[in-house]
Design a protein around this ligand. Structure first.
Ligand SMILES: [Fe+2]
Ligand SMILES: [Fe+2]
Length: 266
C-alpha cells in the first residue's frame, strides 16, 4: 500500500538542514513512497525562492506546498511558474502566478496535492476555502487515485471543519501554519485521514520558529525587533498516511524526527 509523508512548514536553515541530514534515511526506514512538504518559511523564516525550492527537492521532497508567506521573497512571483513540483494555495486570486495543484506518483498510484488558505485570523486575501474545496476536490479526485488537501489556517475550528467537509473525498486533510503539532491524528468515518497541525520542520526552542527573546520583548513593550530564526531543538515533524487504491486512508501516524537520535535519548 502506498505510503505518503507530509511534512509541516520548513523553517529557515535549521529546517532545511535537518531535511538534508535525515530525510533520505527516514524515507527508507519508514518505506515512504512520496514526500510532500510545506516550504513557506524556508527562506530565513519568510517565504521561499527557486534556489531554495530546488535545494529542498534535492533532499528527497517530491512536492512543495506553500501558505500565506508565499510572496515574502520578492523574486518568487517571477520564479514560481518554472517550478513544476511547487504549488501555490489554490484559493488565492485566480490571476496569481503558480500552479493550483500537483500530481505526483505515490507507489504506483496518482496523488493530487493542493493547499487551501483559511480565512479566520488570516491576513492574506483568499477565496472561501470550503467553496474552493467543493469545486476543486471532486475535480482532482476524477483525475487521481488519492487527494491530499492541506488546510493552511490559524483557527483549529476552521481546520477541523474542513476535515469533516472533505471526509470521504480527500485521502488526507492536514493542517499547517501554526507550527505546533497537534495530537488528534485520526481516520474520519468515511476514510479521510485528518490531523489539525503537522507541526513545523524547524527549531522548537523558539516561538513558532523565531528566537524567544525578541518575540517576548515585543509582546511585552510593543517595540519592533528583528525576529531571527531560532537554531536549537530542531525536529522534522509531519504525518505518514498509508492508503489503498481507492484513495481511502488505512493508517495515519504522526512523525517526529530529532536532528540526531542522541538528542531524543534514543
Ligand atoms: Fe508557516
Ligand atoms: Fe503560514
Amino acid at each position: 500500500m502506498p505510503r505518503l509523508l507530509f511534512l509541516g512548514d520548513i523553517v529557515g536553515r535549521p529546517g532545511r538542514r535537518i531535511l538534508a541530514e535525515r530525510l533520505r534515511e527516514i524515507r527508507q526506514t519508514h518505506r515512504i513512497d512520496t514526500v510532500v512538504a510545506n516550504g513557506e518559511n524556508a527562506a530565513a523564516g519568510a517565504g521561499i525562492n527557486a534556489r531554495l525550492a530546488r535545494e529542498i527537492l534535492e533532499c528527497g521532497v517530491d512536492g512543495i506546498t506553500l501558505g500565506d508567506h508565499i510572496w515574502d521573497q520578492k523574486e518568487f512571483p517571477g520564479e514560481i511558474d518554472q517550478l513544476e513540483r511547487v504549488c501555490r494555495p489554490a484559493n488565492l486570486d485566480s490571476a496569481s502566478p503558480g500552479r493550483t495543484h500537483l500530481f505526483l506518483d505515490c507507489g504506483g498510484l496518482r496523488l493530487a496535492v493542493c493547499t487551501l488558505l483559511g480565512q479566520t485570523f488570516m491576513k492574506m486575501k483568499a477565496d472561501c476555502p470550503f467553496r474552493a474545496a467543493e469545486k476543486r476536490v471532486p475535480a482532482l479526485r476524477a483525475e487521481a487515485d488519492a487527494v491530499l488537501v492541506e488546510i493552511h489556517a490559524e483557527a483549529t475550528s476552521e481546520k477541523i471543519a474542513m476535515g469533516w467537509f472533505l471526509d470521504g473525498q480527500a485521502t488526507l486533510v492536514v493542517g499547517t501554519h501554526t507550527h505546533v503539532p497537534t495530537a488528534d491524528a485520526t481516520i474520519l468515518p468515511h476514510g479521510t485521514a485528518y490531523l489539525t497541525d503537522a507541526g513545523m520542520t524547524g527549531p522548537y526552542r523558539s516561538v513558532i520558529g523565531r528566537e524567544v527573546d525578541p518575540v517576548l520583548g515585543r509582546m511585552l513593550d510593543g517595540l519592533p525587533r528583528k525576529f531571527a530564526v531560532a537554531t536549537e531543538d530542531v525536529w522534522m515533524r509531519g504525518v505518514i498516511v498509508e492508503f489503498d487504491s481507492s484513495g481511502t486512508a488505512r493508517s495515519v501516524t504522526p512523525l517526529a524526527v530529532p536532528t540526531t537520535s542522541a538528542e531524543a535519548g534514543l
